[in-house]
Design a protein around this ligand. Structure first.
Ligand code: ADP
Length: 546
């Protein structure tokens, strides 16, 4: 029997319509460096309509890709709403990749238009020679009529340059938003390429809508109109974890850092705009913490800080507890929109008993089903002990890559995450490593994440990264690279003893190096690939201990 329910699609258009009318007076606040600029959601909707009209005039009349090359700001939010709602596809380009890599991605996606922040014009000029499909460049973030330094090289044969504000000034304030199919593409994002070529994930209107509701669930972060949300995670990285869509949907104020993401600027913004919720990778929160410790600062407005993208060190969560701010770990990937799980302890579990839950990668969302697989794809028990590869499926999980067959990543309708860990009966997942980072010593697995966490809990250690390196006897052994806090002096022997308190002796690294900084990927995660290359090239001054 068919249901009697209406077949009304779940779309970005409906997020925009609801959020910008019901909460019309709510604002998107953008940091300018000297202060902030504010724009109401009603104004955002009017400008989104103007943007859609402008894009239509430039020839966007179907599912053309409209790329963005932008920081987190009000104009980027306008593109987030306008582009999918007009039936086109928003493609957020990661500004931190190399020009050739960005060009590869833009060409693979067949980008037709790119909207760029004025401050990023020189970077885009380096990308365009690698991106022949781009026909229109729209420069945002500068008053109408004002010349943009470095914009000259953007124009070329078959490519026009426009001013965002000039285009919007032509109006009108309304647009005939089409009724789009909820299964059609709304936006796309490429994986950051830590493993091979970047791969395109195409989000549907339906998946964006459902995912936008995720953070609003009480079991997750309970976003509501009482919140002021500060998404620090870039809007070019997995839709800023979907938070801009969630904020508009639930009527929370959105606070955008723009390009001012240095710890001092972040702390100033938090003090002046008093966000209740913020989100970003652990390195961002480590920086903010160091700044507050060294110079003071009031971050007490934050009821929750969401951290993810890589394992969140226990020591970092404890340090935020001391500031009166709860740091909640979340797990996910570009392929999962990205929210997969949230590490909020079960009801009634508090204090010391909460730590095993808070330290985990979190409890799975209702929309994300997971299983564990072992050798040959055998399905393993979810008993909290057995370790295998985590596979997921669900309505906001991708079932393929854009124009790229990758049978290795999909398995009987499940996505292979490449993360190795366990799942307990309550749906909490614990990640010991990424499959390619796993250290296999004498046939036994060593978790690099566990070693890193234990090292970063040491008061003299700022950052620590552990990789597996070749070893004649054991096949592989852990190599630990540590960044020592300014003014501290700590021997590798001492660090080994420190680890021995929480890690079995056979897992203790014999090879150590002191480094100035752990190399990071384009989205701020530890780049173990860079470390493995550096190790292989003999670039580390390795100290043998034990
Ligand atoms: P990339 O694969 O290029 O790093 P993603 O940003 O999609 O791109 O990264 C997803 C991966 O990040 C996950 O598969 C997982 O390995 C890691 N990750 C994300 N959140 C966590 C977490 N809370 N704990 C451990 N690893 C995490």
């Amino acid at each position: 029997m068919r249901s009697t329910m209406m077949d009304v699609p779940l779309t970005v258009t409906s997020i925009m319509r609801y959020g910008t009318t019901t909460f019309r007076g709510k604002e998107v606040v953008t940091n300018t460096g000297e202060g902030v600029r504010r724009r109401t959601y009603a104004e955002v909707a009017r400008r989104a309509a103007r943007l859609a009209n402008a894009l239509r005039r430039l020839g966007v009349d179907g599912d053309q890709r409209v790329a963005t090359f932008m920081w987190n700001n009000a104009e980027h939010l306008e593109a987030y709403l306008a582009v999918p709602s007009m039936g086109a596809v928003l493609h957020t380009l990661n500004i931190r990749l190399s020009p050739a890599q960005i060009g590869y991605i833009a060409t693979h996606a067949d980008d037709f238009v790119v909207i760029v922040d004025a401050s990023l014009v020189p970077l885009l000029a380096e990308v365009l020679p690698h991106a022949p499909t781009i026909r229109h460049v729209i420069i945002a973030g500068t008053p109408a009529g004002e010349p943009v330094p470095g914009a000259g090289p953007l124009a070329g044969p078959g490519r026009e340059v426009h001013g965002y504000e000039e285009l919007l000034a032509a109006g009108p304030d309304s647009f005939g938003w089409p009724e789009v199919d909820e299964k059609s593409a709304a936006s796309m994002c490429y994986t950051s390429g830590t493993t091979g070529h970047p791969k395109g994930v195409v989000y549907s209107h339906r998946s964006v809508y459902l995912h936008a509701m995720g953070p609003c669930l009480g079991n997750a972060f309970g976003f509501s109109e009482r919140d002021r949300v500060l998404p620090v995670v870039p809007m070019f990285h997995v839709n800023s974890w979907g938070f801009p869509f969630s904020a508009v949907l639930c009527g929370a104020t959105t606070i955008m850092p723009d390009r001012h993401m240095q710890p001092a600027a972040m702390v100033r913004l938090i003090e002046s705009e008093r966000p209740t919720v913020a989100a970003g990778v652990p390195t961002i929160w480590q920086g903010v913490l160091e700044h507050v410790r060294a110079h003071g600062g009031d971050v007490s407005s934050l009821r929750v800080v969401i951290a993810g993208g890589s394992a969140v060190p226990h020591s970092l969560m404890k340090a935020y507890d001391e500031l009166g701010v709860t740091l909640v770990q979340a797990w996910g990937m570009t392929e999962t929109s990205p929210l997969g799980s949230v590490a909020v302890p079960p009801a009634g579990v508090t204090g010391a008993e909460a730590w095993p839950y808070r330290d985990s990668a979190g409890r799975l969302f209702c929309t994300v089903q997971a299983r564990l697989t072992g050798d040959g794809g055998a399905v393993l028990p979810q008993d909290g002990e057995t370790v295998g590869e985590i596979e997921v499926r669900g309505p906001w999980v991708t079932g393929a890559y854009y124009k790229d067959d990758d049978p290795q990543k999909f398995h009987d309708g499940w996505l292979r995450t490449g993360d190795v860990g366990s799942i307990d009966e309550g749906g909490f997942i614990r990640i010991s490593d990424r499959s390619k980072d796993v250290i296999k010593s004498g046939g036994e697995w060593i978790s690099s994440v566990e070693l890193e966490n234990a090292l970063m809990a040491h008061p003299d250690i700022l950052e620590a990264a552990v990789i597996g390196v070749p070893d004649d006897k054991w096949g592989e052994r852990p190599f630990a690279a540590v960044v020592v806090r300014d003014g501290a002096d700590v021997l590798a022997e001492h660090l080994r003893d420190h680890l021995a308190a929480s890690v079995p002796r056979w897992q203790l690294p014999e090879r150590w190096a002191y480094i100035d900084e752990v190399p990071k990927t384009s989205v701020g995660k530890f780049s173990k690939r860079t470390m493995r290359e550096a190790y292989a090239n003999g670039e580390y001054k390795v100290i043998q201990v034990g």
